[in-house]
Design a protein around this ligand. Sequence first.
Ligand SMILES: [Zn+2]
Ligand SMILES: [Zn+2]
Length: 338
Amino acid sequence: MKSAFVPRLINGPFGDPGLYVSLRWLGRALLFDLGNIERIPGPAIARVSHVFVSHTHLDHFIGFDRMLRIFLSRDTELTLFGPAGIVRNVAGKLRGYTWNLVENYSFSLLVHEVSSDKIVRCRFRARTGFEAEEIDEQPFSGVLHSEASLWVEAAILDHKIPCLAFALHEPTRLNIRTDALRQLGVPPGRWLSELKQRIRESAPEDTPIYARWRDQGEERVQEFRLGDLRRQLVLETPGTKICYVVDAIFHKENAQRIVELARGADLFFCESLFLDRDRQEASKRYHLTARQAGTLARLAEVRELRTFHFSPRYSGQAQRLVAEAQATFLGELPPDEP
Ligand SMILES: [Zn+2]
Ligand SMILES: [Zn+2]
C-alpha cells in the first residue's frame, strides 16, 4: 500500500525553499516554509491545515500574505508553528493591513511559538481585527503535532538565529490480508477498523475482538483474540518518514541534532546553499554545503537525499551541487567533519 504522504518541493532548487505534502485520503495538506508560494494553486493552498515555518528570513516567510488572502474568507482555523519570535512576526505582518468590515469573518490563525522548553500558543481572530490572544503554554519535548495518521517532530538548529527542522512521520501501516480473511470465513466490516485501532493502542494480546456481521438477515458474532488476528490477518509495514532541514551552520551540535532527527528517513530534504569549495562562505552565512548535506544524509542512514536551496551564484550549475551531495552520501567522496 502507498504512503499517505505525497511530498513536492514548491520551487526549483534556486527558488525559495518550501515543501508541500499532500495527505492522501485525508484531502488536506501540510506546508513546510512560507517563502514564495505563487506556484501552488489557490485551491491547493486552501487544503493546507498546518504550516511549519523554519524561521522568518524573507525567503521562508514572504508567502504569508498570499496564504492569508486565500484563507481570510474561509470558515476555518489554520495552525502555524514557528521558532522564537514567530508571534511577534505574525502580529507584525497582520498589523500591516487595515481590518475593518471583518466582524463576520470566522477565520482564525493559531500560532505556536516553539522554544527549547516550551510552546506558547496564541490565537489571532479575523473578527477582532487579528488582536493577539495568548492561550496557553505547553512543555516542548520534540513533538509539535500528533494525530492518528501522522506526527511531526522538530529540532531547533543554529542559523545564528533559531531555525526549526522538521520530521514528518507516518505510523506503521496496517493492512488486512484478504486471502487470510477469506480463509477465516468472516466477512470484512467495521470490526477490522477496531482491530487496527487496538493494535495501534498496543492493547494486550488477549484483548477480545468481536467480528459482527449479518447472514441472511441474522446477526452473527464471533470472538477472537487480538494476538491471533494480528498474526493471521495483519500485514504491518513501517510508515514513511520525511525530514526537512534548511538553513543551519555545520557545527557539531547542529550535525548531531540533524542526524538524530533525520535518522532512517525515507526522504531527506536538505538545504545546500554552497559547494564545498566555498565552505568558508557557507560557515560565515550559517549555511550548509552540498558535501555537508551528503555527510549528514550518510550519517543519518536515510534512504534518499534531495538537496535544494542553492545559491544563485551557481545558476546553471545545479548538477554540480547535486553531484557533490550525492557522491558524499554514497561514500564516493570523503565526508566533512563538523
Ligand atoms: Zn535563513
Ligand atoms: Zn534560506
